[in-house]
Design a protein around this ligand. Structure first.
Ligand SMILES: Nc1ncnc2c1ncn2[C@@H]1O[C@H](COP(=O)(O)OP(=O)(O)O)[C@@H](O)[C@H]1O
Ligand SMILES: [Mg+2]
Length: 353
């Protein structure tokens, strides 16, 4: 549905050239929800603005729905842009227009009649759950309701692609969840292709099918959300993941130096990742039964779902003899789960002020 080929975007500024995007290649299929995550300044907004040509790439091709936007005239582009809707962090609504008129705005621009507009706007109001707010003004709405108006407006022209630039970054966590659910719901109902720009891994986890990690204008890695979450490869991806699971270790371990080699009276820390059915296996019970002399402690545990697949993470501590610890790790590795050795950490049993 969307193909980006060798996209380069360089801004010339008085202080020299800014290389915002360097040779981006990306393919987004029809009906996919594709996340693009990156730190501030990574080039996310530039990338998403290249997709609807609000920003013209310095070189490369943008192909949407089989048509190359980079070779179009302005009037062809205006027509092609009707397929692409966009929502923003700060909603960008017309403050002097009602909800109804905000949603009707792109239809008026397209020269539709009053009746045609009504026939479009009413079902859209219903779709985003604002039937009873049609005649209110943006200032009378909550942030979540404003974004619902933004979404309805973005869909008014029978849009095929929805671009979301930090669409939930100004919203509280509960409202974010509701808006993400709405986007997912609309994606299914309308077979809409969605591109989600965010700096939050949680948004990727809750909403997206696939994700690309953008770092200094380059795609560091991309894949299905499940692949990236269960097996992040690049340091930048691991950093985003660690935000999601920050503070996963109890305080007594958090600041201890991690030793690669066995040290006496230290705890061996292991991170276990369970995917799919392996999340149901009694792994810890099995370990206790097999190694009764080891002390096994669960230091962190989390079970969630990514794209309907169970995804569990756990950090356990093993205390005991070195050879037994090694055998226990080996036994875990033979099972259907991912085992990462964090290292040996001296436990500080007495908290110091
Ligand atoms: N119009 C512009 N003129 C000059 N530099 C720009 C312009 N827009 C963005 N940039 C620069 O391009 C880089 C990427 O910006 P942006 O795409 O907004 O990143 P993000 O959305 O990931 O925070 C930044 O270094 C930014 O300063
Ligand atoms: Mg941005």
């Amino acid at each position: 549905m969307i193909k980006l080929k060798n996209i380069v975007k360089t801004y010339d500024t008085p202080n020299g050239s800014v290389h915002a995007l360097k040779d981006i290649n990306l393919e987004i299929k029809r009906g996919e929800i594709y996340g693009i995550i990156g730190l501030s300044g990574a080039g996310k907004s530039t990338l998403v603005r290249c997709i609807n040509m609000l920003e013209r790439p310095t070189s490369g091709n943008v192909i949407v729905n089989g048509k190359d936007l980079t070779t179009m005239t302005e009037s062809q582009l205006r027509e092609a842009r009707k397929d692409i809707g966009m929502i923003f962090q700060h909603f960008n609504l017309l403050s002097t227009s009602t909800v109804y008129d905000n949603i009707a705005f792109p239809l008026k621009l397209a020269g539709k009649s009053k009746e045609e507009i009504k026939a479009k706007v009413e079902p859209l109001l219903k779709l985003v759950g604002l039937e009873n707010k049609a005649h209110q003004y943006p200032s009378q709405l909550s942030g979540g309701q404003k974004q619902r108006v933004g979404i309805a407006r973005a869909l008014a022209n029978d849009t095929k692609v929805l671009l979301c630039d930090e669409a939930t970054s100004a919203l509280d966590p509960q409202t974010t969840k509701a808006i993400l659910e709405l986007i997912r719901d609309i994606n299914k109902k309308l077979q809409l292709t969605v591109v989600v720009i965010t700096h939050e891994m949680q948004v990727i986890k809750d909403l997206c099918d696939k994700v690309a990690v953008l770092d200094h204008g380059v795609i560091a890695e991309n894949g299905t959300v499940l692949e990236i979450f269960t097996n992040p490869k690049e340091p930048i991806t691991k950093e985003f993941m660690s935000v999601l699971s920050s503070n996963e270790l109890p305080a007594a371990y958090r600041n201890g130096k991690v030793h690669k080699e066995y040290i006496k009276d230290a705890t061996m820390l292991l991170r276990l990742t369970f995917i799919g059915e392996s999340a149901d296996n009694p792994v810890i019970a099995g370990l206790i039964r097999k190694f009764p002399e080891l002390d096994i402690s669960i230091l962190f545990g989390d079970l969630s779902q990514i794209q309907m697949v169970q995804f569990g993470r756990m950090i356990i501590g093993l205390d005991g003899k070195e050879d037994q610890i090694k055998d226990a790790i080996k036994s875990l590795m033979e099972q259907d789960l991912k085992v990462e050795v964090i290292g040996y950490v001296q436990r500080r049993t007495h908290a110091t002020a």
